[in-house]
Design a protein around this ligand. Structure first.
Ligand SMILES: [Cu+2]
Length: 180
């Protein structure tokens, strides 16, 4: 097995034409992967895959906004936590969890969002006990089609800049309002 692998490697190295061919194949693959990634709108931080961060347009006159993430997948063997976030479009960002309280949907700030090992956390809008990032004191309204940066701070995987797409939800989930 090893001999075969070695001789294969050597013949590749010696054959310049073949090497060029493989290089162009690899380049084509890299371009395909890069363009697929930009369509999927995902980001990586260590073992974390951050899939499609998005925000709903802010309500007129409202100084708060909400950022959601389709999913954060922890492919690693170690648990991680999302511990804070910041963005240039708001004074500060809080981690919020939705909760039913006497039939009223409320949200509360939480110190961290758990990301268990080998698990996927969904942070979609409209889920009854879901998480979101609350943007406090927006410096500008969030309009459909806007994009802005958010820096996510993870306990183990460090800080990662992601691009948030502002979009009107496709389903008719109730508008995100702030009840504190
Ligand atoms: Cu909130």
């Amino acid at each position: 097995m090893t001999d075969l692998a070695q001789s294969f490697e050597i013949s590749l190295c010696n054959d310049l034409g073949m090497t060029q061919f493989f290089k162009s194949v690899l380049l084509a693959l890299a371009v395909t992967v890069a363009s697929t990634a930009s369509h999927a709108h995902g980001f990586k931080a260590g073992d974390l895959k951050i899939n499609h961060p998005y925000a709903t347009p802010s309500l007129s006159g409202s100084k708060t906004g909400a950022v959601y993430i389709r999913s954060i997948q922890n492919t690693g063997k170690q648990a991680d936590q999302l511990i804070s976030a910041r963005t240039p479009v708001a004074e500060r960002v809080e981690l919020h969890q939705m909760q039913m309280d006497n039939n009223v949907m409320k949200m509360r700030a939480v110190p961290a969002i758990e990301l268990p090992a080998q698990a996927e956390l969904r942070m979609m809008h409209g889920s009854a006990d879901g998480y979101h990032l609350m943007l406090i004191n927006l410096k500008q309204p969030l309009k459909d089609g806007d994009r802005f940066s958010v820096w996510l701070q993870f306990k183990n995987s460090g800080e990662r800049e992601v691009t948030v797409h502002v979009q009107t939800p496709k389903n008719n989930a109730p508008a995100h309002d702030h009840h504190h």
